[in-house]
Design a protein around this ligand. Structure first.
Ligand SMILES: C[S@@+](CC[C@H](N)C(=O)[O-])C[C@H]1O[C@@H](n2cnc3c(N)ncnc32)[C@H](O)[C@@H]1O
Ligand code: SF4
Length: 377
């Protein structure tokens, strides 16, 4: 499998909780210049990928839906001109309510996009405002309906929980409203209070309290059960989908397959090499102006790196590690090498070994970060 990730680092406003590589857009020229350089970057990889076929494309952000129709078309034309994309490729765009129009949605469709990922976060307008979102629930609902009218049937909705001042009942209401819309995919993330965000400062100023770990786990458990009841498979720590609607692009990450990442701050993994582009839009533009790849870091993974990374990423998925496949791919005897840890985690009821697979128990998944550390030497 081979994926293509393209990063669009612009947003209308910076949400208070967000530490992704995204910036409040200052003017239209910024986008123009960035897109010009993004196209250059695509060209720089043309030769290297001329015999390869991409299975997925993911335009992420930031807010890719901030782009005008002509800008979207320009990027996709460049992709199709330079790369071979499989006929049935999954092609996703991340969209923010408040930046979508019917015309843009129609352009996306025309460009071959067949999956949308819309960030809703929560359905109460007071909670949306508190975390700095630019839209109301009503705007989201309007955009969602327009997307259906334009013919998108594969849509993910992002939700967040344990938000400041968000009661459990309010989260339940959010989840209910989303389930009623019956999207093919739902992601539900527990808030991570990131340093260097406005929300972190608000927390330090004691403007709100965080949920206890116990309540956070209770909400997580509720989400798993509620979505299961409603026909969603819990296939990754924070991700749920109807049958056959798992996100193929993200599965490439979790299975440690190859992907090319383009755009400011994007990272990629090609033939055992992980690389990361510069975060700063200015640096990105300057490097490409000189026809240089905007890479700031390259890491060749050792066999130990690859194995540890694969354990951590594979275990994120409900299906866990396929022991036979793992042994073959990484040329090790997984059970022998990790015998002590596996026995300990099984004894503590954090993982299960069954039918040549190792996967988390529900308890293991609740505290997945702590469990995964055990595998790092
Ligand atoms: C790449 S981000 C942003 C996508 C898009 N720009 C948006 O805001 O809808 C994808 C998702 O990650 C989640 N997310 C972002 N920051 C988070 C944080 N600090 N804690 C938990 N989830 C977060 C949000 O649900 C968000 O929609
Ligand atoms: S719109 Fe998305 S990427 Fe932009 S600041 Fe908000 S959460 Fe971050």
């Amino acid at each position: 499998m081979l994926g293509l990730y393209i990063h669009i680092p612009f947003c209308v406003e910076k949400c208070f909780y967000c530490d992704f590589n995204s910036y409040k857009i200052q003017n239209k020229n910024e986008k123009k210049e960035y897109i010009k350089n993004l196209k250059k970057e695509i060209n720089l990889y043309k030769e290297e990928f001329k015999d390869k076929y991409f299975d997925t494309i993911f335009l992420g952000g930031g807010t890719p839906s901030i782009l005008e129709s002509e800008e979207l078309e320009g990027i996709f034309n460049e992709i199709y001109k330079n790369f071979s994309i499989l006929k049935d490729a999954e092609i996703t765009i991340e969209c923010n309510p408040g930046t979508l129009t019917k015309k843009k949605l129609q352009t996306m469709k025309k460009c071959g996009v067949n999956r949308l990922s819309i960030g809703l976060q929560t359905t109460q307008n007071k909670n949306l405002k508190y975390i700095g979102r630019i839209h109301t629930y009503e705007i989201f609902e309007k955009n969602y309906k327009e997307a259906l009218e334009v013919g998108f049937e594969n849509i993910n909705i992002d939700l967040m929980y344990s938000l400041p001042n968000q009661s459990f009942d309010e989260y339940k209401e959010s989840l209910d409203k989303v389930i009623k819309l019956s999207p093919t995919h739902i992601s539900s993330y527990s808030l991570i209070l990131e340093e260097n965000t406005k929300l972190h400062k608000m927390y330090e100023n004691k403007e709100f309290e965080l949920n206890s770990d116990e309540l956070d786990i209770k909400i997580y458990d509720y989400t798993i059960d509620k979505l299961k009841e409603n026909g969603y498979n819990h296939y990754e720590i924070s991700n749920y989908s109807k049958n056959n609607y798992e996100c193929k692009h993200n599965i490439i990450y979790w299975k440690c397959e190859n992907y090319l990442g383009l755009g400011a701050g994007a990272s990629g993994y090609i033939n055992n090499i992980r690389y990361k582009n510069v975060d700063s839009i200015n640096d990105y533009n300057s490097l490409l102006k000189n026809n240089q790849k905007p890479i700031e870091e390259i890491n060749k993974l050792t066999s130990k790196d690859k194995i540890e990374e694969a354990i951590i990423m594979n275990l994120r998925m409900t299906e866990g590690i396929d022991i036979l496949e793992f042994n073959k791919k990484y040329d090790i005897n997984f059970k022998e090498r990790y015998n002590t840890i596996l026995e300990k985690l099984k004894y503590e009821n954090l993982i299960i070994e069954k039918n040549n697979r190792v996967f988390f128990t529900r308890r293991g998944r609740q505290i997945s970060n702590t469990v995964l550390i055990e595998f790092l030497e």
